[in-house]
Design a protein around this ligand. Structure first.
Ligand SMILES: Nc1nc2c(ncn2[C@@H]2O[C@H](COP(=O)(O)OP(=O)(O)OP(=O)(O)O)[C@@H](O)[C@H]2O)c(=O)[nH]1
Ligand SMILES: [Mg+2]
Length: 218
């Protein structure tokens, strides 16, 4: 068949192979000094506290307890670095925008993340996670402004898609895509995933595989 479906299944297989590779913790950084030296291409996962960043990192690599998931928002407070198959680094960022964390901590978040991003040539993309049932909030827009300032491209990924009916999910996805059209650093495609059911995970893996070191170079 020359209709493109072969190419599609080829990239899907390549993506599944990458994310099935061994993944291990490399470092936790609470200060910019503790951030490991840049090496492999990196993808960072950002979003409000409790949006499901750690759950998504675990689901991507098919592990349950790699990154710690918590019922208490604001639990991940450092940048967590995980190496995948010697081809890619995944970075679980601390969450922002949790009321109890307060303005002071929120500024500290911005400063730490900005310090990390400002000088990170290996950072290929930020996945900006947005709870499908909550939508974009001003905290997310502030985060986008920060990524833009650091000249880092980002892609919106709706999390917890299992909480919404398919028609509502499509509506939220379209509204966010329309808003992101006005932001040149934003990837035009808005994905939707559920770490709980696995929905959309293959699409997300496929969107990220091209950012890794190609398998043939390993
Ligand atoms: N229904 C549903 N719940 C989810 C999903 N992903 C995560 N959760 C729940 O959301 C809560 C927060 O998940 P985490 O992965 O710890 O969120 P986080 O963004 O890493 O949170 P912080 O590190 O505190 O910023 C937990 O109770 C998870 O079980 C999902 O796909 N569907
Ligand atoms: Mg977390």
């Amino acid at each position: 068949m020359a209709d493109g479906s072969e190419a599609l299944s080829e990239s899907a297989a390549a993506a599944e192979k990458l994310f099935a590779a061994p993944c291990h913790f490399i470092a936790a950084a609470e200060t910019v000094e503790a951030v490991p030296a840049p090496g492999l291409p990196e993808i960072a996962f950002a979003g409000r506290s409790n949006v499901g960043k750690s759950s998504l990192v675990n689901a991507l690599v098919g592990r349950r307890k790699l990154a710690r998931v918590s019922r208490t928002p604001g639990r991940t407070q450092s940048l967590l670095f995980f190496e995948l198959g010697r081809r890619l680094v995944l970075v679980d960022l601390p969450g922002y925008g949790y009321a109890q964390v307060g303005r002071e901590r929120s500024r500290a978040w911005g400063a730490l993340v900005m310090d990390y991003m400002a000088d990170r040539p290996t950072l290929r993309r930020v996945c900006l996670l947005v709870d499908a049932a909550v939508g974009l909030k001003d905290f997310d827009r502030e985060a986008m402004a920060l990524f833009e300032k650091a000249a880092v491209s980002y892609q919106a990924v709706l999390t917890k898609s299992d909480k919404l009916a398919p028609s509502d999910l499509t509506r939220v996805q379209a509204a966010i895509a329309a808003e992101l059209l006005r932001r040149p650093a934003a990837h035009p495609e808005v994905l939707a995933v559920s770490a709980l059911t696995g929905a959309g995970m293959a699409d997300l893996r496929r969107a990220l595989v091209d950012l890794a070191v190609p398998a043939r170079l390993r």
